[in-house]
Design a protein around this ligand. Sequence first.
Ligand SMILES: Cc1ncc(COP(=O)(O)O)c(C=O)c1O
Length: 418
Amino acid sequence: MATLERDVTENRGAWDVERIRTDFPVLRQTVNGKPLVYLDNAASSQVPQVVIDRGSVYIEHEHSNIHRGVHYLSQRATTAYEGAREKVKRFINAREARECIFVRGATEGINLVMHGYGRKFVGPGDEIVISALEHHANIVPWQMLCEEKGARLRVIPMNDAGELLLDEYDALLNERTRLVAVTHVSNALGTINPVKRMIERAHTHGVPVLIDGAQSAPHMPVDVQELDCDFFAFSGHKMFAPTGSGIIYGKAELLEKMNPFQGGGDMIKSVTFEKTIYADLPNKFEAGTPAIASQIGLGAAIDYLDSIGREQAAMHEQELLHYATERIAAIQGVRIIGTAREKASVLSFVIEGVHPHDIGTILDQEGIAIRAGHHCAQPVMQRFNLPATARASFAFYNTKGEVDALAETIEKVIEIFS
Ligand SMILES: Cc1ncc(COP(=O)(O)O)c(C=O)c1O
């Protein structure tokens, strides 16, 4: 606790992390008799009270189906749901709200593009370019497409720091390339990819680009018009909103050309047994009853992020990353995996002679939650000849005191196994 107190003093006047922490009820608990230190934010971040409350208001006062009812509750639910879409539009600076399609998360968003765009516009001999840093969510759908269409998956390699080799990327782009799909931030290593430059290069070949923003949207400002990306996917549960919420953004002219993802209610203008006419955007891509409460929660999470100041939050996370990197890299026997010059708040590491699952288990005994495994990025692990890493990932509510607790417990792990 002494370190936590020190941290409050350090942050006073700048980022009042202890004040921010009071917004998150889950952080108040103890785990195994120790204060919870939650460092698994890249998997799922925690939800502030205002977002929880917004979900309760919906369930207590507004619960009903959207778009279909003339009655009071349905109108309230529809207004809240479409209001959340407007918030998302502002959050990523989309040109129009109809370009923001509600999905369950980044995985569903990428699959929507694979089915709606890929299956329509990719054929035999065509190529899809992804990178060596991708999460399985941005590999497997494209592999499935390539298998179905007789197309080829090309992969941008990376160096030992975990940075993509841009000359190799340039060399992969050609007249057969139909899509580039690349992550903004690597969930396994933290690398921030130079996506704006990568998008520019793809566009010189007339190739559209999908950005997997699952790890960037929660931690840095995103402006889809400035990036000029064609698609951008993210998940609500990684950005302080409930599970089941998320977005696939797409430029309207592309979404309009695409096939729907799923068929059903709410995505049609008219249906006869002979022919169905699809609804306009965004409904064309939102078949069936969506996760109304979760998406309204995503809107509330965006309001919350705006209220605390996204830039200050990001600065605090960068400070934590630098502090943690120095503190943990200094421990003998620890090796940091992923040393790119541009990194977001993810710190992957291994300890000589200790399996990452053992690291995770011992940390858990001290109330410290990290992730141990392949992080749904097995090709990244293969690139570094590792079965797994331990990964601490930070949010703006984490403290230097928590980093100290992590470092001290890692030292204990090394002692136990020495
Ligand atoms: C970079 C990246 N892409 C995609 C995903 C998939 O997100 P979800 O499981 O929320 O669909 C994740 C989840 O960890 C991720 O980190």
